[in-house]
Design a protein around this ligand. Sequence first.
Ligand SMILES: N[C@@H](CCC(=O)N[C@@H](CS)C(=O)NCC(=O)O)C(=O)O
Length: 221
Amino acid sequence: MGKISLYGLDASPPTRACLLTLKALELPFEYVFVNLLTKENFAEDYMKKNPQHTVPMLQDDDDYIWDSHAIMAYLVGKYAETDELYPKDLLQRAVVDQRMHFESGVIFEGALRRLTRPVLFLGGTTLPQANVDEVNEVYDFLETFLDNDFVAGDHLTIADFSIVSSISSLGVYLEHDPVKYPKTAAWLERLKELPYYEEANGSGATQFMQLIKSKNFTIVP
Ligand SMILES: N[C@@H](CCC(=O)N[C@@H](CS)C(=O)NCC(=O)O)C(=O)O
């Protein structure tokens, strides 16, 4: 087994998706803190490894991989004893992939980053109500996906890790209503029962929410 390092920080949802995967696989790894607020991700050395300057980034010996979804799929493919977390069956894999693209394009880019970037990195003091309202669209979709206990079927996959990392952070802008979204609420509780949940995702989600709340911004019509 190669030497694995994960570059990132607990407040970052996609970093946490990778932490959940590393913990689920019980892989030993070095965790390298990258401070986005002081722009460590724009350092020359980091940019050489990941020109997109994002976290998380995985180092496996001399290879570098970024984007949480690619990292999770790689870790399961290379190190897991079974394919349960990322099924090889084409149809099952397609469902996992669809959920992960949903996380990437709709939850993370479309909702979470759109709301976070202005207040965290651009010094913005207002957020449009319309952007906050769009969070409900994410909750609507997720609720319809949850026909089973997990987002891509009847067992845990990396799609759950991906989606829980951002859903557990989105609440800082708009909490999901457990009465309107009972399947989502039950799924979240199910994920919280994982023995490594708090360490890998829960505490980082709290950090993220505290960071956002520490910024003075108002939601405007
Ligand atoms: N889709 C990517 C998103 C990565 C991303 O945008 N990460 C944020 C932190 S949560 C970041 O690195 N922002 C700093 C930047 O883009 O320079 C993934 O899943 O890894």
